[in-house]
Design a protein around this ligand. Sequence first.
Ligand SMILES: *[C@@H]1O[C@H](CO)[C@@H](O)[C@H](O)[C@H]1NC(C)=O
Ligand SMILES: *[C@@H]1O[C@H](CO)[C@@H](O)[C@H](O)[C@H]1NC(C)=O
Ligand SMILES: *[C@@H]1O[C@H](CO)[C@@H](O)[C@H](O)[C@H]1NC(C)=O
Length: 281
Amino acid sequence: MLPYLLIALALADTAMGEVIAKFANCQNSFYASIPPNGFQNLSNQASIVNLCLKYPKNRNPFYAALYHKMYHYPLYSAYISSGFGQRASPTSLLEPQLVSPSLPPYMMTLQDLVKAIDADTTIQGDPITLIRNSQAVNSDYENTSYNKGQLNPDVQHLPGPAQDATYTLANIVPMNSALNSGQWRLYEDSIRNLTLTCTTMYVITGAVNGETWISNNRVNVPSHIWSAYCCVDANNIPISTQGVWASNNADNVNRVTIPNLQSWLNGQLGVNINLFQNNCT
Ligand SMILES: *[C@@H]1O[C@H](CO)[C@@H](O)[C@H](O)[C@H]1NC(C)=O
Ligand SMILES: *[C@@H]1O[C@H](CO)[C@@H](O)[C@H](O)[C@H]1NC(C)=O
Ligand SMILES: *[C@@H]1O[C@H](CO)[C@@H](O)[C@H](O)[C@H]1NC(C)=O
């Protein structure tokens, strides 16, 4: 067992940057500051990194994402819903530290990222190639039938930096357009509305990898989207909780209990997942 343990520890240590081991700088995005348990048991851990999403320069992280470097999207985004926001679809930003830990720890435009790479003497190679190898870019979503589906949606944040920070490709998956503009949109609205009844509304929204890809196999298309919330009062006592999952090929959202969502995730991912401490009860 020991060699395996050492390999596992070595891999954990390679997690870079604001790409940080165990979400060290953004644990308060999670209920009780505890990230979901079980994702560390997925195979191919070397492809999975912990991101603390920052916008713009040197601000505290707004939320957390477990990013998959082969699928080129997050396995989940974990965040605190903060109220009534607006929907928009600007050009999405990119994550410098997915290219190199020597780059700045906050999201930026493609243009600015190319400049930052050019200015960094420790990085060798063509900036655009390095960027495309490390993450999805906006053009991957052009001319596809899929929407840029935000896991942490703009509509659950007041206009300002917390909302702006949702426009990064590290928070985006290819989502069925009927679902994204139909039942999933209503689910997002219902969480936003419910946020008014909580002191803090913790949400985790994720994607299950599927069999198809877009943009010359650059970005995986999730087979399913899922989400769970934990609404707590001023003493951090849970008030309400629920889970949902949806196939990414139909406009339908299934509402389930947290234990049922976890059983469903176990069937999809093959590992035991615990989303919230004590299932948010
Ligand atoms: C999308 O299609 C338009 C029109 O055919 C084309 O000009 C553009 O280059 C395409 N974009 C990508 C990323 O393939
Ligand atoms: C959310 O609240 C708005 C305004 O109060 C209401 O119009 C809308 O129907 C609600 N949406 C859902 C999905 O509950
Ligand atoms: C996942 O790994 C933990 C240790 O990190 C272990 O305790 C647990 O039993 C594993 N669960 C599975 C196989 O889902």
